[in-house]
Structures are given as C-alpha cells and as structure tokens.
Design a protein around this ligand. Structure first.
Ligand code: AMP
Ligand code: ZN
Length: 119
C-alpha cells in the first residue's frame, strides 16, 4: 500500500505523529482530532484495510494490536475508570482511513455506545 495510505506513511516516518507506544509490529499514536481527553489510535505496522481483513488474514497480528491497546490504556491511566476500544469498519461503520486502527478512548465518561438508538 505504502505511499497512498496515510497511516503507512506515519509508520514510514513520512508524516509526523505523536507516538505513545511502539512494538515490532504495532504503533500507537495520538489522534490528530481527539474526541475525548485520551484518544489514541493503535495500528499494525503492516497494512490491512480493516479489522475483518486483519483478523482473518493474521490473527496473531490482531492480537498484537489488542495487546498494544491494553498497554497504552495502562500507560494513559485508563484501567481504573475504564475506556472504549472501537474499530470503525466500512461505510456503515464510518471508517475514513482504510488502514485498520483501534480507537482507544477514555479519560471521561464516554456516554452511550451510539449517539442514537437505531434499533
Ligand atoms: P476512522 O473514521 O475510524 O477511519 O478514524 C480516522 C481517524 O484518524 C480520525 O479520528 C482522525 O481524526 C484521525 N486522523 C486523521 N489523520 C490523522 C493524522 N495525520 N494523525 C493522527 N490521526 C489522524
Ligand atoms: Zn496503510
């Protein structure tokens, strides 16, 4: 994917980001437009479009993303009061960047799971 993908470019160091955690396979950095006091994005360094593709293509790497998310949650002091971990996926999921990323949100009560009840 490389140069066409914003988050691949962050992995390559071509676009700056505030990195809070890095492993051999994952990167965690602050969202540029935070929606909560803590808003960190956690990605695999390897390009997968979304969480379904990642989980089906490389389950161990999906587990790495979860482990880095948990470690970042601990670093940010979120384990006591809790947090939300979210993968927007596809059109209905509101995904805008098609390099899979977990949104780690916390630092305040986050309200209902969805803004509206769609059921
Ligand atoms: P999504 O709608 O789930 O695809 O989320 C994409 C997220 O990426 C949004 O929360 C954006 O604020 C965030 N974002 C976009 N560009 C950057 C960037 N250069 N650095 C950090 N976060 C970004
Ligand atoms: Zn990418």
């Amino acid at each position: 994917m490389g140069s066409d993908c914003l988050f691949c470019r962050i992995v390559a160091g071509e676009i700056p980001a505030t990195v809070v955690r890095e492993t051999d396979t994952t990167l965690a950095f602050r969202d540029i437009d935070p929606k909560a006091p803590v808003h960190v994005l956690v990605i695999p360094k390897e390009h997968y479009a979304d969480v379904a593709t990642l989980a089906q293509g490389d389950p161990a790497l999906a587990a790495d993303v979860l482990a880095t998310s948990a470690a970042a949650a601990e670093d940010e002091g979120l384990l006591g009061d809790g947090f939300r971990l979210m993968f927007n996926t596809g059109v209905y999921g509101g995904q805008e960047v098609f390099h899979v990323h977990a949104h780690l949100l916390g630092g305040a009560p986050l309200g209902p799971m969805l803004a509206r009840n769609l059921a």
